[in-house]
Ligand binder design. Structure first.
Ligand code: SF4
Length: 336
């Protein structure tokens, strides 16, 4: 059986809230509050949830662009497992060639003063892969691989459209042939037609290089086309995780059902029942007790207000954190 490329266990990221002259810690923002999942080689896991649920913080913490508060993220390269969170600075720099990120906003993530050739080539030089003319030759090949002209190597980021800039970001991310890329809302800022092109490109590169993606998005309709499995996040925790087909056909968590009901029906005239959630995502400084979702859940019971549901497997590879599901109930649930 294939070993996971990445094992994330009990990942927490709490940002302290400081007050006063001495910066006394008076509380914390629990952005990520106990995340567990595996990512297999060449697989795409979609991480989905509303704005503020902690998905971007989770992706950046796994790469240690932000320091974690607790937990582990074991990266398995050539059958050697190393916890990213305990790596020394030198180990982390070396591991950067195996794990990369594609940002949502390709404009602010590309240095406006550097040519595209330098942006892509510098990563190659930093990791001792190529330098001088060779790195620019490799940058040209990478540009062509992501559907841009090699001649663009001497241009600056502002000379490109949003979709082209995202292709440059992808070229930079795959330059070192990483095993794992966090795609942080990588297509959210693009037009729908360009989104499809970029998703196709990511899929082609995945097949070619065997890259695993953690694909972060707020929209379930976007992740559907690229993900093998999907994890639905709510207020710092995964509430449901399963393969793509099962999630769309038989979602069990009321929050997943609400997110799915918000996707427009592609067949004209066909209607579906919309689940309208009350209010916004609660403040992660002071999350509701019990099930974090209970103030917005149409099926909330007394138990939900005090007892936190643990995510448990309901069938092979399908796990849900909900008391109703744990008690053996299945949708359609009855509102209390
Ligand atoms: Fe709703 Fe209760 Fe399930 Fe939470 S545990 S999702 S409040 S039914």
């Amino acid at each position: 059986m294939t070993e996971p490329l990445l094992k994330v266990r009990n990942l927490k990221k709490h940002f302290p809230i400081k007050k006063g002259f001495l910066g006394k810690v008076v509380g914390s923002v629990k952005a990520v509050d106990g995340l567990d999942f595996d990512l297999f080689p060449g697989e795409t896991v979609g991480l989905v949830g509303e704005s503020g649920c902690g998905k971007t913080t989770a992706g950046r913490t796994i790469l240690r662009l932000i320091e974690p508060s607790d937990g582990s993220a074991a990266l398995n390269i050539d059958n050697k497992e190393t916890d990213i969170f305990t790596m020394s600075g030198q180990e982390l720099r070396a591991a950067r060639s195996e794990m990369q990120i594609i940002f949502q906003d390709p404009f602010s993530s590309l240095n406006p003063r550097m040519t595209v050739g330098s942006i892509i080539g510098d990563a190659l030089e930093l990791h001792g892969i190529a330098k001088g003319d060779e790195k620019f030759e490799m940058a040209k090949q990478l540009l062509e691989r992501v559907g841009l002209q090699a001649a663009y190597v001497n241009r600056y980021p502002h000379e490109f459209s949003g979709g082209q800039r995202q292709r440059i970001g992808i070229a930079r991310a795959v330059a070192l042939k990483p095993k794992f890329i966090v795609c942080d809302e990588a297509v959210s800022a693009l037009d729908v037609s360009v989104q499809a092109q970029v998703i196709n490109l990511l899929e082609d590169l995945q097949k070619e290089f065997g890259i695993a993606y953690l694909f972060i998005a707020h929209d379930l309709s976007v992740v559907r086309h690229i993900s093998d499995r999907i994890a639905v996040m709510y207020l710092g925790r995964i509430v449901e995780m399963t393969d793509c087909e099962t999630l769309y056909k038989t979602p069990l968590h009321p929050y997943t059902q609400a997110l799915l009901s918000a996707i427009p029906e592609p067949i004209p005239g066909k209607k579906k029942k919309r689940v309208i959630l009350q209010g916004d995502v609660p403040n992660p400084i002071n999350p509701p007790p019990g099930c974090h979702f209970h103030p917005r859940c149409p099926y909330s019971t007394k138990r939900c207000e005090t007892e936190t549901p643990e995510r448990a497997e309901v069938s092979s590879g399908h796990s849900v954190a909900c008391h109703l599901v744990e008690e053996g109930q299945r949708p359609p649930y009855t509102a209390t």
